[in-house]
Design a binder for this molecule. Structure first.
Ligand code: IVH
Length: 667
């Protein structure tokens, strides 16, 4: 392949990964692997002096989808140049003679531009391809911390990043069947939901970081950020800093220029504790005149640079690559590596996700590899340092039942429901979720090996006279197993439901179904028979995909057969009546509220507090990052300002009334 062809291939690959990342929110390769592709292309462009049409080094990747109208940006929406160490930053500062600059966290979210005309939020666009974006106005307006009307009748564009707090991500992702791998993908997927009502149900937040206007002549970037704070725009205020040997800032921390390394070290350490994900620190020239002098490329401004965090890494060797078959039949290749320490803990395996991922890494058994802990948590193989083995190929057949594997999206699946691996994994899951005493993984394996059981049902018809004779099944153990099997029948409905292990139906979805009166297998079978997916997706937190999965599951003969078996054996196949009424009312469960100002309908305002608490919410006195909602009445106090600054959602009296009366209507 000649260099031009190689460049063409790289462009195609990068475009494919841009699409997965920016449009589908389902990336298949790591940032480091992605950067490797881009750097390889950059090198070839330098070497050959040729830049092919559509090269990603010349433009901003596109996040445009055809679900929303396309609108032209009034400003060029550029990306950032990258640096991976402090020396590169210092070099950049010195070579451009930058004397003062601002450091901001690089928020790992979804990039948007808000356009204000005469102080009113007129429309909001996604970044798009930097020239044209998708019109997301109605969805973006559901983010309550964005001021829609300003006192100042300014015309301006503001760039910002939509994100979700880590705690909210865990909660809401589970409700949606854990379809997103991280908060960024979740935020990017949610803000582009078709209906603003659905978007409003998700606690999305925003931080803004750049302002463009000709109405006010800001001399420095920090002045424009101060203007944003004073106009109640949320910014990551406590982590923004001005670096200047002459000036200080009113709202932000100020440092001397030579303190930048120390600042970066502090933020890097603080990073894990923040509620929002950041993937680096952005340095921006403070002096606006100098900015204009430094100028732009078609990809990034020369007056700014992003310092990207690197994950902690260590070197190891691939001892083996195992192919695992999950409960749902999903095939996951797993690299077994020589145990190594990375930031304090031992790592001995790392998932290789799918064939695409393996091909991208070009990894094989025996290779020496660089292993990282992404976000300092999940081990991942970043690259091959020394090649020994051939690139690993996932076999075409299931390693346990030999049926041909089938591709579904990026993954391979064993579709044989009677595959021993799938059965084993679903029994493991079942006994684990129902906490059946005396039956751990080893026992299940022994029972399977000795053909005492071959599926979940068989656990409940074990012949104890036979197992007494097996090795390792002393009388005492047999008694424990006998008792716990009898006790399982008393376990609550929600636990049994979860243990069956239906794809995409985890504990949160089950809780929502129960709260919304789908609290028995019979009721679910009934709704599934009539294929009423719309009924199910009306439930806050249950999307159309999950609704479809529920309907499919309760039409599945094997699942229906299992449920029938549980019924006959006297299991809890529904919720007992008494808990039904109280739990269905707890719409504010797991939310933390703060109240500010006075209210027409709640005098004294303690009345609002009582309602929130009755509906399962908690009311506290001061706004913090743990606050879910701020209920805002007339003449609000400083709590409002604080909430806006840290991106807490605000709820007006009118809106609050709507929520609580809707609830009463539906009862
Ligand atoms: S400044 C022309 N500041 O990172 C100015 N960008 O990888 C360029 N981002 O497209 C943007 N936090 O979506 C800027 N504090 C911050 C940022 C930030 C996150 C995003 C932004 C940009 C991307 C580049």
């Amino acid at each position: 392949m000649d260099k031009k062809e190689k460049m063409q291939e790289l462009i195609k690959k990068i475009q494919y990964h841009d699409y997965l990342y920016y449009v589908l929110n389902k990336p298949e390769i790591s940032d480091i692997q992605y950067d490797k592709l881009v750097n390889e292309l950059k090198e070839l462009e330098k070497e050959t002096g040729i830049i092919l049409a559509g090269s990603p080094t010349q433009r901003v990747p596109s996040d445009i989808t055809n679900n929303f109208a396309e609108v032209e940006h009034k400003i060029p929406v550029l990306s950032l140049d990258k640096a991976y160490n402090i020396d590169e930053l210092i070099k950049w500062l010195n070579s451009n003679k930058i004397e003062d600059f601002v450091a901001e966290p690089k928020i790992d979210g979804f990039s948007v531009v808000l356009y204000y005309t005469n102080g009113i939020l007129e429309y909001a666009l996604s970044r798009g391809d930097g020239k044209i974006g998708n019109d997301l106005t109605n969805n973006i307006k559901t983010i309550r911390s964005i001021p829609v009307v300003l006192e100042n009748k300014i015309n301006m564009a503001i760039r910002g990043e939509v994100f979700i707090n880590r705690d909210d991500f865990i909660k809401y992702n589970e409700k949606m069947g854990n379809i997103y791998a991280n908060p960024r993908n979740f935020a990017a997927g949610s803000i582009r939901r078709i209906s603003p009502e659905d978007v409003a149900k998700i606690p999305l937040r925003i931080f803004v970081y750049d302002l463009y206007t000709t109405d006010i002549k800001f001399k420095t970037h920090i002045e424009s950020l101060e203007f944003l704070v004073e106009n109640r725009f949320p910014t990551p205020i406590e982590n923004i800093a001005l670096f200047s040997d002459k000036e200080t800032s009113k709202h932000f921390q100020s440092y001397k220029v030579d303190q930048i390394a120390e600042f970066i070290k502090n933020i890097t350490e603080k990073r894990k504790k923040l509620q929002y994900d950041i993937d680096g620190i952005v340095l921006k020239t403070n002096n606006i005149d100098l900015r204009e002098k430094l100028g732009y490329t078609s990809h990034h401004p020369k007056w700014a640079i992003a310092y990207k965090f690197e994950s902690p890494t260590n070197i190891s060797e691939v001892l083996d690559i195992k192919v695992q078959v999950g409960r749902t039949g999903k095939i996951t290749p797993l690299a077994i590596i020589r145990p190594i320490k990375i930031s304090g803990s031992t790592v001995q395996k790392a998932t290789l996700h799918n064939q695409e991922y393996i091909d991208e890494l070009e990894i094989g058994i025996g290779d020496t590899v660089l292993v990282s802990k992404r976000g300092d948590i999940i081990p991942a193989i970043e690259k091959v340092i020394e090649k020994k083995g051939e690139v690993f190929k996932i076999p075409e057949k299931c390693p346990e039942c030999y049926s041909k594997l089938e591709k579904d999206g990026a993954h391979l699946f064993c579709k044989n429901r009677h595959c021993p691996a799938r059965i084993r994994e679903s029994i493991f899951f079942f006994v684990d979720k129902l906490e059946i005493n005396g039956i751990g993984k080893n026992t299940v394996e022994k029972l399977l090996e000795n053909k005492i059981i071959k599926n979940i049902k068989d656990l409940f018809i074990i012949d104890f006279d036979i197992i007494k004779n097996l090795e390792g099944f002393a009388d005492k153990k047999v008694k424990i197993i006998k008792d716990s099997i009898e006790n399982v029948k008393k376990k609550e409905f929600a636990k049994l439901f979860e243990a069956i292990g239906i794809e995409s139906i985890g504990p949160n979805v089950i809780k929502l179904l129960i709260e919304n009166r789908y609290d028995s297998f019979d009721k679910l079978i009934e709704i599934a028979k009539n294929k009423k997916t719309e009924e199910l997706s009306k439930i806050e937190g249950i999307g159309p995909i999950t609704a479809l999965k529920i309907v499919e599951a309760f039409n599945d003969p094997e699942i229906l057969d299992l449920i029938q078996f549980f019924k006959e054996k006297g299991f809890q196949v529904g919720v007992e009546k008494k808990t039904e009424e109280s739990s269905s009312n707890k719409i504010f469960e797991n939310t933390v509220w703060v109240i500010t100002g006075s209210f027409d309908n709640f005098k004294p305002r303690e009345k609002a507090k009582e309602i929130i608490e009755k509906l399962g919410g908690k009311v506290t006195d001061s706004v913090s990052k743990n606050t879910t909602y701020l209920l805002v009445g007339k003449e609000p106090g400083s709590k409002l300002e604080k909430a806006l600054k840290i991106g807490i959602r605000t709820i007006s009296e009118e809106e609050f009334l709507k929520i609580i009366t809707n609830k009463q209507d539906s009862n």
